[in-house]
Design a protein around this ligand. Structure first.
Ligand code: CP3
Length: 331
């Protein structure tokens, strides 16, 4: 068990824990090398040997405190037999959903398709590089998955048809039940923390938050907690992180780069993660460190996990990631 878990459990820690969203990915030449030979992204995620290797790549280079499994939130629609493709410079493209078939899909069938993820976790857990560090498993937020499944590509803005989609409530229930299974299996396989990526939380107006975000996420939080594992929530660009924390009660909250960290520090007393704009990793090192310092200072009286406000960008130089980690560890 690692220092991220300690930090979330509000134990005192001697150093600031650090990991990054998308710490495994295209900014690493060793990832690009594997990716070039594996054109199909989903198949790559479902190859336990390669996905384990990719999961551990950033830990071989940097002093990170956790590994996050190399996988994707869209494996859930994939496992529900919705086609998922990734097109260059476009992002994900999903096929049509066959609602009736999907609603009746047996759990065993879905879990069988997701089984390579659990193999990846088991294999990674055994690797000595991981040592006692945390292994983070994840799911997409129920809302974010619904958006991808019904909109079938990344939304530029909110598509109102989602709210009147036939059988929408039943689809949400199905997603939620598969999310729970997926969380449980990840934990049984060795994930020590779960993070919920609700990347499109910011699209919703206040009147929709209860139904699409608060209720399903609270259910996932309670469920994960009942399994004895900590849960970090990342409701990206949500209007009020304060209200979200009051209602959803995650063990830790991950913040985006638009929200004012001072306001968060003042109003939220659970452990906080992230915030720094990943664009700072593309700029001048001094500028990057100045901004990292800002977050470290603001959260110095909080249990704070250093991370970014969104994933590392593909254009990032690995040496900047190293500089940043060294800076945080010396702070
Ligand atoms: O963070 C990590 O290192 C773990 C792996 C991880 C990936 N996706 C790998 C990935 C995680 C945690 C995710 C989560 C994910 N996937 C989210 C939530 C976080 C966020 O970014 O908002 C979302 C919305 C997705 C869906 C998804 N997958 C998109 C929109 C894309 C394409 C965008 C892009 O960056 O090209 C992906 C593909 C994807 N998932 C890549 C990686 C490393 C890039 C694949 C490639 O090599 O082309």
């Amino acid at each position: 068990m690692g220092i991220i878990k300690d930090c979330i459990r509000k134990k005192s820690v001697n150093e600031i824990p650090v990991w990054f969203m998308r710490q495994a990915g295209r900014y690493l030449p060793e990832f690009r090398k594997i990716r070039l030979k594996n054109n199909d992204f989903i198949n790559l995620c479902l190859n336990p040997n390669l996905s384990k290797e990719i999961t551990l790549q950033p830990l071989k280079r940097f002093e990170l405190d956790a590994a996050i499994i190399f996988s994707d939130i869209l494996l859930i629609p994939y496992a529900l037999d919705q086609e998922v493709k990734f097109e260059k410079n476009f992002g994900p493209k999903l096929g049509e959903i066959n609602t009736n078939k999907m609603l009746e899909m047996p759990d065993a069938y879905v879990l069988d398709k997701l089984n390579p993820v659990y193999q990846l976790i088991e294999k990674t857990k055994k690797d000595e590089i991981l040592n006692n560090k945390d292994l983070i498993g994840f799911v997409g937020g129920t809302w974010t998955l619904l958006v991808y499944m019904l909109n079938r590509q990344s939304p530029k803005k909110l598509n109102k048809n989602i709210f009147s989609y036939p059988n929408q409530k039943k689809i949400i229930e199905k997603i939620l039940s598969i999310q729970k299974l997926h969380i449980k299996k990840q934990i049984e396989s060795g994930a020590s923390i779960i993070q919920i990526f609700d990347s499109w939380a910011g699209l919703l107006t206040d009147d929709k938050l209860d139904e699409y975000i608060y209720q399903p996420t609270f259910e996932l939080v309670e469920y994960t907690r009942s399994l004895g594992v900590e849960i970090i929530c990342f409701p990206r660009c949500i209007k009020s992180y304060e209200k979200y924390c009051d209602i959803v009660k995650p063990d830790a909250i991950s913040i985006d780069y638009d929200v004012d960290p001072k306001k968060i520090a003042k109003n939220i007393d659970i452990p906080i993660q992230g915030g720094l704009d990943p664009k700072y990793l593309l700029l001048d090192k001094n500028e990057m460190l100045k901004n990292a310092k800002k977050y470290l200072e603001i959260f110095k009286n909080h249990n704070y996990i250093f991370n970014l406000g969104h994933g590392i960008m593909p254009e990032t130089k690995p040496e900047n990631v190293k500089t940043l980690i060294d800076f945080v560890k010396d702070f």
